[in-house]
Design a binder for this molecule. Structure first.
Ligand SMILES: C[S@@+](CC[C@H](N)C(=O)[O-])C[C@H]1O[C@@H](n2cnc3c(N)ncnc32)[C@H](O)[C@@H]1O
Length: 195
């Protein structure tokens, strides 16, 4: 990993910004290389760490990434500028559920969903049509730090979100037109390949 990216990661962790875990990033990197992915949509930029990490792979040409929190988007812009990747990464500073997805093309190799965890199905349904056949939709945090909805002592809000994640996992197993698998490393990924 280059030094700037390492610094961005250290700062994100020091500021409790939730960024992708190393095993998940490594797995996605392997898929990017294997399938020579060029175009990526990401929901959930935070400080730009995952997007900049994807760009480390030679096949990746451009990334459209969505961030609704203006403070995060501003830090991401600074980080992207520091790395000189303004031409490769476009930050859409908007709630991805409110954006008109028809403004984008429909030839993406990868849709990476890493935003509001209770909304994954909505992001999937809205943006998956932009992914080409043979492309991937990958959803992060499906194991949500190993916490389960029936664990004792968790708050009502957390339980509600965990139930939504569990419902999403059940739903994605049944979604037609995709071959679906799961990665248990990191915080857990759902990986759907468009048939
Ligand atoms: C887990 S962080 C993203 C981390 C980043 N992908 C990484 O690994 O470096 C999730 C981010 O998604 C953003 N977010 C949540 N819901 C969103 C939405 N509906 N539209 C755009 N951004 C959203 C949050 O503001 C937060 O910064």
């Amino acid at each position: 990993m280059n030094e700037l990216l390492q610094q961005i990661k250290i700062e994100a962790l020091a500021n409790d910004v939730p960024i992708i875990q190393d095993p998940s990033l490594a797995l996605i990197g392997d898929l990017i290389d294997e399938y020579q992915m060029a175009k990526i949509i990401e929901i959930g930029t935070a400080v730009g760490y995952s997007a900049l990490s994807f760009l480390e792979h030679a096949s990746v040409q451009m990334i459209d990434t969505f961030e609704r929190n203006s403070e995060m988007a501003s830090i991401a812009k600074q980080n992207i500028a520091k790395c000189g990747k303004e031409n490769e990464i476009t930050i859409h500073e908007v709630d991805a559920l409110l954006f008109d997805e028809k403004e984008l093309n429909s030839d993406y190799d990868l849709l990476f969903i890493d935003a509001a965890k209770a909304q994954s199905q909505k992001f999937f349904l809205k943006y998956s049509p932009l992914v080409k056949k043979g492309g991937f939709i990958i959803v992060d945090n499906i194991n949500f730090h190993g916490v389960k909805a029936d664990d004792p002592g968790i708050s009502k809000n957390l339980r509600s979100m965990l139930l939504k994640i569990e419902a999403f996992v059940e739903w994605i197993k049944t979604v037609e037109g995709y071959s679906v698998s799961f990665f248990e490393g990191g915080d857990g990924l759902a990986i759907a390949r468009k048939l």
